[in-house]
Design a protein around this ligand. Structure first.
Ligand SMILES: Nc1nc2c(c(=O)[nH]1)N[C@H]1C(S)=C(S)[C@@H](COP(=O)(O)O)O[C@H]1N2
Ligand SMILES: [Mo]
Length: 253
């Protein structure tokens, strides 16, 4: 991330924070310790500022009239694995979301079960680091509801999203801290623009973590894992692109 972008993020973080009361929460407060992460100095500063002054700030939401007529699909637009292709042909009726790791009640959730929870719908702008944005409408289950269901252990610090797709055999994955995980706009979306989430956009579910960049919005999520440290996953940097060394783990906007 260029220092210019980092500075811009910090300024935006300050603007957010100025209008936001400091909200304390024991669970997410613990997450302020990020010493095990290898962050660049600009990233570290942006992370600290966002976390200290704007933890619960909401991303801007838009009106239906502002929806982008075309929302492009980016990165992988399907997963090649035979497992995933079978789920597509079965309409995801036999698909289950595995939720495990540092949780008291690991579980497997069908799409129907995920849809049975109170849903949240939000119209937000997706910003890809490659330089394009689009406004879309997302409907899904707040991640906080699911995490409350499986009950995190005290040691849990990050939530990892394991995806069905890969690049040259390396699976796509992403991770967020607990502040982002329990943020009210963080949802597992099964709906987009009033329809089912299309395959190209990550069916059956994709993460929406609205205050971060596009590559954090994991598509084709198959398994959610609560962990104490990111170091044992992939190359230990918290995501596919982070491991490649292209993008930073903390992608606050
Ligand atoms: N599983 C998976 N998730 C992914 C990607 C991907 O290739 N695979 N690409 C990321 C990137 S870089 C962006 S910009 C968005 C694109 O989401 P969209 O296809 O809905 O536009 O998904 C993100 N999540
Ligand atoms: Mo992206």
């Amino acid at each position: 991330m260029s220092s210019r972008l980092s500075r811009r993020r910090i300024l935006r973080g300050l603007a957010f924070g100025a209008s936001t009361a400091l909200l304390g929460c024991d669970r997410v407060g613990r997450n302020l310790s990020f010493r095990e992460l290898v962050l660049t100095s600009g990233e570290r500063l942006a992370y600290r500022l966002h976390r200290l002054i704007g933890s619960n700030a909401l991303a801007r939401e838009y009106e239906p009239s502002q929806l982008s007529p075309i929302f492009r699909a980016n990165g992988n637009t399907t997963a090649r694995s035979t497992d995933y292709q079978a789920h597509v042909s079965e309409g995801f009726s036999n698909w289950r979301l595995r939720v495990d790791g540092l949780v008291k009640q690991p579980g497997d959730f069908s799409l129907a079960e995920l849809r049975s929870y109170p849903a949240r719908t939000q119209i937000t702008r997706h910003d890809c680091v490659e330089g394009w944005s689009a406004i879309g409408k997302w409907t899904g289950i707040p991640l906080a509801l699911l995490l409350d269901e499986v009950q995190l252990n005290d040691e849990a610090r990050y939530i990892v999203f394991h995806c069905a797709d890969d690049f040259q055999g390396k699976p796509y994955y992403e991770s967020i801290d607990l502040v982002a995980a329990f943020h009210p706009q963080t949802i597992l979306a099964y709906g987009m623009n009033d329809g089912d989430l299309p395959t190209a956009h990550g069916a059956p579910i994709r993460l929406r973590v609205e205050r971060q960049l596009g590559y954090k919005q994991a598509k084709f999520v198959m398994r959610i894992e609560a962990v104490a440290s990111l170091s044992d996953i992939g190359k230990g940097r918290g995501g596919y692109w982070e491991d490649v060394g292209f993008y930073e783990w903390y992608a606050g906007i």
